[in-house]
Design a protein around this ligand. Structure first.
Ligand code: NAD
Length: 452
């Protein structure tokens, strides 16, 4: 799945020239394969004095069957750590940030290729005072910078664990430590809700067993892979796309042993049709992935109202309407414990010339996620968004060559992402184990320089 430049610089004369010129040599990233362990090697675990997540974290790591070494015991084992994990929740002032440095400084260069550096902290607004809040906020700058320094496909993650959420870490730890998060780096994830009593799936390889999911825009690109990934995780997937994409849509539905629904999400009755279909055929739905999206790029002065309206209708208004229809009534079609995942974009965070319409629609989705999440929390429903960066699909294949090449390289991993990278992030949000994660926007962008 490597791009041409990546193949050229991987070995032989191409690698030599790239090295001499100081050009990036993108590492082929490890992706998840069913049955593969969460971590490919030992995990080095450390923490500041008084940290509150180290113990539950150790229990999660032991449950995963990981080889864990604590505080220097890894020396002499010969194996490079696949992950360096540091519990920084005990850090209460800026002086004590030194403990983070002291632990990671001697170890960071021994991290194995495609390794993980994971820091756990407290959401600054939950800190005990100003000094602690400042120190905890410092962790974000640290992690973002570490992500930019790491080489050979390794990534950095900050997990902010709310008070009372210490037992709700497993799905997030599994995601960030594993190859499922290959194209996520320099990001902060908040685990702040308590874990639902039945949170952990019986089988982490098939967390969606017995559940029903719907994916819009599923006939190709990211949506097709999201559908296949949720089916891999056990869901029956209702694959939805416009009638013009009918043949491709039926192909995807067949490949994931799901069903196809031809529907234009902008149709006036789309909400009612979808809600009726899901209730009649499946008695409801558990996971809703709003993935359908379009671009109609032009600078603002050249953008006619048609381009503006087309983008807004598909990317934002349809999401509002469909979600409303699925949440409506005393017995909503979206069942308790349900999951809503929107597909935003780093354009919605950073802005992009020629995309005032697209970026506005994608930023609007972030507003929707943040406003809706607390309103549906009482039913155990979570609402999150993925914000892809440059992902190799037909949408980005249409971008002019120079811009396409810039988009691919301007990130810490110096390569474009694959649709499966977005799909794995969606699957993480969709998991019943992720009940404590809501209102989040996760960039899947290899730590793109845009909006970083
Ligand atoms: P794509 O164009 O390959 O697929 C989009 C799908 O949405 C198509 O199958 C299309 O038929 C469907 N769709 C469009 N209008 C629809 C409508 N009215 N009703 C139902 N279905 C409709 O795009 P992609 O690259 O796979 O992108 C998927 C999502 O990810 C989009 O929301 C996009 O904005 C977002 N995204 C993509 C990238 C990237 O780099 N590819 C980056 C950021 C965000």
């Amino acid at each position: 799945m490597a791009d041409r430049y990546q193949r050229l610089t991987a070995r032989g004369p191409g690698a030599f020239v790239a090295r001499q010129l100081g050009l990036p040599r993108p590492e082929p990233l490890e992706r998840h394969r069913p049955g593969r362990p969460v971590t490919a090697g030992p995990v080095a675990l450390g923490g500041a004095e008084g940290g509150r997540v180290r113990k539950p974290l150790r229990a999660v790591l032991d449950g995963l069957g990981a080889t864990v070494t604590e505080d220097g015991t890894e020396e002499g084992t010969g194996d490079r750590p696949a992950a360096l994990v540091f519990d920084a929740t005990g850090i209460t002032d800026s002086g004590r940030l030194r403990e983070l440095h002291a632990y990671l400084h001697p170890r960071v260069r021994s991290l194995a290729p495609c390794g993980r550096l994971v820091v756990l902290g407290t959401p600054p607004e939950q800190a005990g005072g100003v000094a602690e809040a400042a120190a905890q906020r410092a962790l974000e700058g640290f992690t973002r910078s570490a992500g930019k320094e790491l080489r050979r496909g390794s990534t950095a993650h900050l997990l902010l664990v709310g008070h009372g959420a210490e037992q709700a870490l497993e799905s997030t730890v599994r995601f960030v430590l594993s190859a499922r998060s290959a194209y996520v780096s320099g990001q902060t994830l908040r685990v702040t809700g308590p874990a639902a009593p039945d949170a952990g799936p019986a089988d982490w390889e098939r967390p969606l067993d017995g559940r029903v999911a719907v994916v819009t825009g599923a006939s190709r690109g990211i949506g097709a892979v999201v559908a296949q990934t949720l089916a891999r995780d056990g869901a029956h997937v209702v694959c939805l796309d416009v009638p013009q994409q009918g043949a491709a849509l039926r192909g995807v539905a067949q490949r994931c042993a799901g069903s196809a629904l031809e529907l234009d999400v902008t149709a006036a009755d789309a909400g009612a049709v979808l809600a009726g279909h899901l209730r009649e055929r499946h008695g409801g739905v558990d996971v809703v992935v709003h993935n359908a999206g379009v671009t109609r790029d032009k600078t603002l002065g050249r953008m006619d109202a048609g381009r503006w309206d087309a983008v807004m209708a598909v990317n934002l208004t349809s999401v509002e309407r469909l979600t409303e229809a699925l949440l409506d009534g005393d017995e909503p079609v979206l069942r308790g414990g349900g999951r809503v995942v929107c597909t935003s974009s780093i354009s919605g965070i950073a802005g992009n010339a020629g995309q005032t319409n697209y970026a506005a629609s994608k930023a609007g989705l972030i507003g929707l996620v943040q406003a809706l999440a607390p309103r549906v929390a009482a039913r155990g429903v979570t609402v999150n968004a993925v914000a892809p960066g440059f992902i190799e699909t037909q949408m980005t294949a249409a971008v002019p060559l120079f811009l396409r090449e810039a988009g691919r390289r301007m990130n810490s991993l110096a390569q474009g992402g694959q649709p499966v990278d977005v799909a794995e992030a969606v699957a993480y949000f969709a998991s019943p184990g992720s009940s404590a994660v809501s209102g989040q926007v996760l960039r899947v962008c290899g730590q793109s320089l845009l909006g970083a």
